[in-house]
Design a protein around this ligand. Structure first.
Ligand code: ATP
Ligand code: LTN
Length: 330
């Protein structure tokens, strides 16, 4: 029997998931789940690189799992698990930290961005963050990592660490490839459309949450920042409008030209109403399913336990290989 190629990806339970998380990551996972052996995790160890309220972390972790399921990830076919339930991630992360360079980690743009808002006391975890992500990926001998554009640099580091380990010892890891969607790869902030839409932004008007009710979506889209040109065009001079066009393309699977054609001679307010309805139509069925799932704690527990069992088996095997090659007595 031909063995399936492996996919791994994850999202931090560091807040409520945004339309960016959905279009940049989850929507692609759904497409790939039939062809690949998939591991989808909720990366709680990554989330604590910035301060988290324990009770929120607990509830967001289960919310993310409910969203994965509600979006159509099949728990029978895929391993859905919580990162901290698989201790091999933390252990492998340390082993890889010892062969990571300060220089390469200081060049990570996410570290540079996130450490800026931390004042004097930058948590060391923020610096090591991409090494933990490399551990997540490499432990499963992953072929493909479906992520948004912002994670490309981290993926490059994971590839370098895999090659470095393979060269220092002997072939141990698959060298993974990124899978970045053409549309939806980078959904921008609705208030500052030159910045990525992010769930940890302080301004709720800057993002759409997967669980935002229809009236909130309409309000946020109608308030989104545009420009004074007044024509629906796909252009870098109109980053706000370009972003809204990208959102429609990623949801509907149509081209930018088709969207622009639809709104020839029409104004921004008509266009914005259309964008809001496209988003609402996509998110409403997901929201209904999340509502059902989130109260079914026993079902969620059954899924993450089963997922952790499968993940632990595979991850432990790779970890043991690493330890043996490094020279640890087993
Ligand atoms: P945080 O703001 O807490 O750092 P985030 O919203 O950037 O979080 P992550 O948990 O870091 O989200 O990302 C999970 C996945 O979603 C990754 O694959 C990432 O590339 C993707 N993603 C996040 N934001 C966007 C976005 N604006 N556009 C496209 N993809 C995105
Ligand atoms: N760093 C990622 C989240 C993440 C991840 C992973 C993504 C942690 N581990 C492994 C893919 C594969 C982010 O989106 N900020």
């Amino acid at each position: 029997m031909e063995t399936k190629k492996v996919i791994l990806s994850g999202i931090q339970p560091s807040g409520s998931l945004t339309l960016g998380n959905y279009l940049g990551a989850i929507k692609n996972w759904i497409k790939l789940q039939d062809q690949y052996e998939c591991y989808f995790c909720i990366v709680d160890l990554h989330a604590i690189t910035v301060k988290q309220e324990p009770k929120d972390l607990r509830s967001k972790t289960l919310e993310v799992l409910s969203i994965y399921l509600a979006c159509g990830i099949d728990p029978e076919k895929n391993a859905l698990f919580i990162q901290s339930h698989v201790p091999a991630h933390s252990e492998a992360s340390w082993l890889l930290t010892c062969s990571s360079y300060m220089g390469e980690l200081s060049r990570m743009t996410q570290f540079k961005d996130k450490s800026q808002s931390q004042g004097e006391s930058i948590p060391a975890g923020l610096f090591i963050y991409p090494v933990l992500m490399a551990a997540d990926i490499l432990l499963y001998q992953t072929d493909l990592v479906p992520v948004g554009q912002d994670q490309k640099q981290h993926l490059e580091l994971a590839r370098n660490l895999a090659e470095r380990f393979n060269n220092t010892y002997s072939p141990t890891f698959k060298v993974p490839d990124p899978y970045i969607p053409k549309e939806g790869a980078k959904i921008m902030d609705l208030q500052e459309p030159t910045k990525k839409m992010s769930k940890s932004s302080d301004n709720p008007n800057s993002f759409i949450l997967i669980l935002d009710p229809p009236e909130v979506i309409r309000k946020k889209i109608s308030r989104s920042v545009t420009d004074s040109i007044g024509i629906v065009n796909y252009s870098d001079d109109q980053p706000g409008i370009k972003n809204l066009i990208n959102i429609v393309c990623a949801i509907r699977g149509i081209t930018q030209e088709e969207v622009v054609d639809m709104f020839k001679g029409k104004g921004y307010s008509e266009f914005k109403s259309y964008v809001a309805e496209v988003i609402i139509e996509e998110l409403t069925p997901i929201q209904e399913k999340v509502k059902e799932l989130i109260s079914n704690k026993a079902y969620l527990e059954e899924i993450y336990k089963k997922g952790a069992e499968k993940a632990n088996y595979v991850a432990r095997k790779t970890l043991r290989k690493m330890q043996k090659k490094i020279g640890f007595i087993q």
